[in-house]
Design a protein around this ligand. Structure first.
Ligand code: PMP
Length: 285
């Protein structure tokens, strides 16, 4: 079980970056988190595509192509030799003057972290987690578009802190119009009248790779899926809720603020989708 950091192609057990890196100074960076199956990266093409999208949106040129990323991820995974890994790619603006102008940054820094896989407590899957709706709003699309996966995560950090203060496991955020968006590191789904519902990309969320697969698998298996913008009140009539993300996969939610959801146990549709998703991942074996 080891941690390895690949820094611009050099693999280290520990790595350090400059205090003048704009990723550190201003959160001027983009990133991806990738999980593994049989220690192979899952949905690598989709993650690299989103990494390039994010970089393009902040006018950052990544100096390496997907072939390079594939090779470096393989080398770093082999060197760490974990059973299953957590992979984090970070591309920062690089070193520049101490002001926000990125024009003084001439070489982006590319980091690939490989650590042992993060594993959530099994009880969270068996019993579901407790979410709270927090007062911190999700960033507005016109301020820092949540569809760009940047290293500037303070919005979500603040939401996480608030959810902790409320004694809950994670936060559900609304946008400035009061519509449901997502959790701090996951997309949000709920079940109502037997159909799945999830905030649409228009609400200001990350276009989650797991979200996308869950929508596709649901439709292919006869579940109704609706994407839209909904106020919080709609959750009063929700029978089931869950979160999605590359590391957590599908995580049932059985309490929202003081409300017990669906009798306090993961519901039948959530459980079916967990099976469908886990079976789908078998393709990586
Ligand atoms: N929303 C946010 C804010 C996230 O940080 C993440 C995790 N990357 C997700 C959703 C889930 O995205 P994915 O399924 O691509 O991991």
């Amino acid at each position: 079980m080891a941690i390895r950091i690949n820094i611009n192609g050099a693999i280290k057990e520990d790595a350090f970056i400059s205090v003048l890196d704009h990723g550190f100074l201003f959160g001027d960076s983009v990133y991806e988190v990738i999980s593994t199956r049989k220690n192979r990266p899952c949905f690598l093409d989709e993650h690299l595509k989103r990494l390039h999208f994010s970089a393009g949106e902040i006018d950052l040129t990544i100096p390496f192509d997907d072939f390079w990323f594939g090779e470096q991820i393989d080398r770093t995974l082999a060197d760490a030799a974990n059973q299953e890994s957590y992979i984090r790619i970070v591309v920062t603006r690089g070193v520049g003057d101490i002001n926000i102008d990125p024009s003084t940054c001439h070489s982006p820094l590319v980091l690939i972290y490989v650590t042992p896989a993060h594993v959530y407590p099994i009880e969270w899957y068996e019993n579901g987690i407790h979410l709270s709706i927090v007062s911190v709003q999700r960033n507005s699309k016109n301020a820092l578009n949540p569809s760009i996966k940047t290293g500037n995560y303070l919005n979500n950090v603040l939401a996480k802190i608030e959810s902790g203060r409320l004694g809950t496991d994670d936060a559900l955020m609304l946008n400035s119009l009061g519509y449901l968006t997502e959790s701090t590191t996951s997309n949000f789904f709920f079940v109502r009248d037997g159909g799945l519902m999830t905030p649409s990309l228009d609400c200001g969320i990350l276009a989650g790779i797991t979200r996308d697969i869950v929508i596709r698998l649901s439709r292919e298996n006869g579940f109704r899926v609706e994407e839209g913008c909904w106020p919080i009140e709609i959750l009063e009539s929700a029978d089931e809720m869950f979160l999605t993300g590359s590391v957590k996969h599908l995580m049932p939610v059985t309490r929202l603020d003081s409300k017990v959801v669906g009798g306090g146990k993961p519901g039948p549709i959530t459980r079916s989708l967990i099976c469908l998703y886990e079976n789908f991942l078998e393709q990586f074996e």
